[in-house]
Design a protein around this ligand. Structure first.
Ligand code: NAD
Length: 300
């Protein structure tokens, strides 16, 4: 992409959104970041005073105006499964009504002036599977309120595209990890527990399998899709790096010369998914491959 693009990024103060903003700015693009600044948002980031970055503190479910732009990257969401099991409303509001509102704002623009709606979804919309990997064409079967809201948003996007002619791209990403991830997720929780000499809580017996992708590989995948992918398509983004939760914890423990004595097994979360696995062949066919393919990359 040679010319400068004007992006609206929603949720750009969160974990993955902040890496997208960082990369977009470093490529010379303009970013308007719409973020509600929930508990998961970073209050201060190195590019806050950059001339091509603007932060608007607002809820995507409530905004009434969308500044003009070329592409909307929608990262904004309530993202923590355990919170969604405790209280579903904020998830429905941000993840479903928020997307509904953004789609209506896009629809309200003249056709020639409508941005591409690039929506960030998750491998969790497929539910779990014990063998093999999901393709983009497989049926959605979410297991918990978080993934159900993400799947609902996707349904709205497909319907708005068919009914009103809105152009979209949906990426479904595997578990991301890296710098700036909020403490509630597995790897940052391990690191903070080790640093504070506390036990690391692991659901069940730690055998659940997730597909771990370094966040900057996810971002390079998103730019690859934007530059080389087709609109009105869905792309899985995954390093296809399957690890049991306990293997992930072992690796992080080894960074600090600690052992399994620090692990505490806690009851399963309700509706626990056993194994996530998606194929990223469609994205790889565009020329993308992850820079970190196996294990957990020690990013700092
Ligand atoms: P995060 O919780 O770290 O950040 C979410 C950001 O969105 C925060 O800055 C928050 O303030 C903002 N936000 C939340 N609700 C909002 C609203 N209504 N209006 C405006 N801003 C709002 O999340 P993350 O881990 O960076 O995930 C980003 C996106 O990627 C989410 O859509 C999530 O579903 C998806 N995803 C995440 C992962 C992962 O491993 N973290 C994997 C696959 C997909």
């Amino acid at each position: 992409m040679e010319k400068s693009v004007k992006f609206i990024v929603t949720g750009g103060r969160g974990f993955i959104g902040s890496h997208f903003v960082e990369e977009a700015l470093s490529r010379g693009h303009d970013v308007i970041d719409i973020d509600k600044m929930t508990y998961a948002a970073h209050t201060s980031l190195p590019w806050d005073n950059s001339s091509n970055y603007t932060l608007k503190v607002a809820d995507i479910a409530e905004i009434e105006h969308l500044p003009s732009c070329d592409v909307i990257f929608n990262f904004a969401a309530e993202s923590h499964v355990n919170n969604s099991i405790r209280e579903t409303e904020p998830f429905v509001k941000s993840n479903v009504l928020g997307v509904h509102n953004l789609l209506n704002l896009v629809r309200g623009k003249m056709k020639y002036n409508r941005p591409l709606f690039f929506h960030i979804s998750t491998d969790e919309v497929y539910g779990d599977r014990l063998e093999g990997s999901f393709l983009e064409t497989d049926k959605l079967s979410p297991s918990n309120p978080y993934s159900a809201t993400k799947a609902s948003a996707e349904m709205l996007i497909l319907a708005y595209s068919r009914t009103y002619g809105i152009d979209y791209i949906i990426s479904r990403s595997a578990n991301n990890y890296g710098d700036r991830q909020f403490d509630e997720k597995l790897i940052p929780k391990c690191i903070s527990s080790i640093k504070n000499d506390k036990k690391i809580p692991i659901h069940g017996d730690g055998t659940y399998i997730r597909d771990w992708t370094y966040v900057k590989d996810n971002i390079s995948g998103l730019f690859c899709i934007l530059e080389s992918g087709k609109k009105n398509e869905i792309y899985n983004v995954s390093a296809e790096n399957h690890m049991r939760n306990l293997e992930v914890v072992d690796e992080v423990l080894s960074w600090y010369n600690k052992d399994r004595e620090m692990v505490e097994f806690v009851p399963n979360r309700w509706g626990q998914d056993l194994r996530y696995s998606i194929s990223s062949q469609k994205l790889r066919n565009l020329g993308w491959s992850p820079s970190h393919k196996r294990g957990i990359y020690k990013w700092y």
